[in-house]
Design a binder for this molecule. Structure first.
Ligand code: C5P
Length: 237
């Protein structure tokens, strides 16, 4: 089994991110660098984390005209990241441009093609907000519609809420990778994540990767927290 734990490095400084990455690299599958850390620490933090040998998920959720997204994906691919997010609501041409750019750039420099992950409806949005932006007010339908478009456009993975996994698995090809945040073990303090599953429940529902932030980095002993999550999803020996 690949190690499915992706730790969200939602910390402010490059120093804290790197310290966490060094401590956790042996027991997790990858690290997620989001807009805050990337905007403050830049490509250097990606290179520093890659230098520890760990895989990197660059979560910048690109959404722009196809040409611009293709160039941003090429730049991310040259940083040797393993996963990149784009918004599926950018449309099929944008998604295809991202996927083609990742393949072409990786081939040119002799690296493995990063997995381009489509984000469907942000989990912070409800039906009222969809209606406000002119989209039919049904979150589930919109998620399915965008997921189907992503499949047609050739994407190989999606980010989804843990509660969407089961429904999505019924309509997408089996090889499609599903990456899910909103994971809670039940041991941590209550926070802003409301609709959550445990790591084992999410894996059972069909997730390939679990994005986990606070339950690991805010734990008293992050390494021990990661080890116990890994044990909870590992097949019995
Ligand atoms: O700390 P926590 O485990 O809630 O971190 C989850 C990570 O996944 C954060 O980086 C958050 O921004 C991200 N995320 C999320 N829900 C989404 C998409 C991304 O929690 N729908």
């Amino acid at each position: 089994m690949q190690n499915p734990i992706i730790v969200a490095l939602d910390v402010q400084s490059a120093e804290s991110a790197l310290a966490l990455a060094k401590q956790l690299a042996p027991v997790v599958g990858a690290f997620k660098i989001g807009s805050e850390l990337f905007t403050s620490a830049g490509p250097d933090i990606v290179k520093a984390i890659r230098a520890t040998g760990a895989s990197v998920f660059l979560d910048l959720k690109f959404h722009d005209i196809p040409n611009t997204v293709a160039k941003a994906v090429a730049a991310a691919t040259r940083l040797d990241v393993q996963m990149i997010t784009i918004h599926t609501s950018g449309g099929a041409a944008m998604m295809r441009a991202a996927e083609e750019s990742a393949k072409k750039t990786a081939k040119e420099i002799g690296l493995k093609t990063p997995l381009i992950l489509g984000v469907t409806v942000l989990t912070s949005m409800d039906s009222n907000e969809l209606s406000e932006i002119g989209v039919a007010p049904n979150v589930g339908h919109q998620v399915e519609r965008l997921a189907e478009l992503a499949v047609q456009a050739g994407l190989r993975g999606l980010v989804c809420s843990p509660l969407e996994i089961a429904d999505l698995r019924e309509i997408i090809p089996a090889q499609m990778q599903l990456v899910t945040p909103g994971i809670r073990t039940g041991n941590e303090k209550a926070d802003d994540q409301k609709r959550t599953l445990t790591p084992a429940e999410a894996m059972k529902a069909g997730a390939n990767w679990l994005v986990i932030g606070r339950p690991i980095y805010a734990a008293k002993d992050p390494r021990q927290a990661a080890e116990s999550i890994l044990a909870s999803i590992s097949p019995p020996k």
